[in-house]
Unconditional design. Structure first.
Length: 154
């Protein structure tokens, strides 16, 4: 998330600091949240205004900030969890947007961890690919399912 924008980097950095992180998260600001989310799409118009509003309201729920701080502070453990990808024994597709904030080397590393995994990149798509390019996501998923449906049915 820190790769989304300068504001995102500042929020993630603040979240890592005791007291400051809790204070920053409790003082949620719609503009900052919108800026961070827009950094996850290739076209800011891909995020419907009603979705932005709903995400803002959800983030303002009691104690949500604590859960979000925990998520950010434990981001390092995500890589440890990714090591479990090697146990996946069903067909898998990693679908990325060309403008995803995940770096290409990180994408390739995840693909290598899953035996036989496929990977595809959707042009003009960001981290929130279903918002940017929903039709392309559906197309890739349908094609993947058609190729693998006998194995997926087991």
């Amino acid at each position: 998330m820190a790769r989304s924008s300068l504001l995102a980097r500042l929020v993630v950095m603040a979240a890592g600091m005791p007291v400051l992180g809790e204070t920053v998260m409790r003082l949620r600001n719609f503009f900052i949240m919108k800026n961070i989310l827009e950094g996850g799409v290739s076209d800011p118009h891909s995020i419907p205004p009603q979705l932005l509003k709903e995400m803002y309201l959800t983030g303002n729920r009691k104690n949500h900030y604590r859960a979000f701080i925990s998520l950010l502070r434990n981001a390092g453990s995500w890589q440890t969890a990714a090591n479990d990808y090697a146990r996946i024994r069903v067909p898998a597709l990693f679908l990325w947007g060309s403008q995803d904030w995940t770096r290409p080397d990180e994408r390739e590393q995840d693909r290598r961890l899953v035996p036989g995994a496929e990977m595809a990149t959707v042009e003009r798509g960001g981290h929130f690919l279903p918002l940017d390019r929903p039709d392309e996501v559906v197309r890739y998923l349908r094609e993947f399912y058609r190729r693998h449906s006998p194995r997926l049915a087991r």
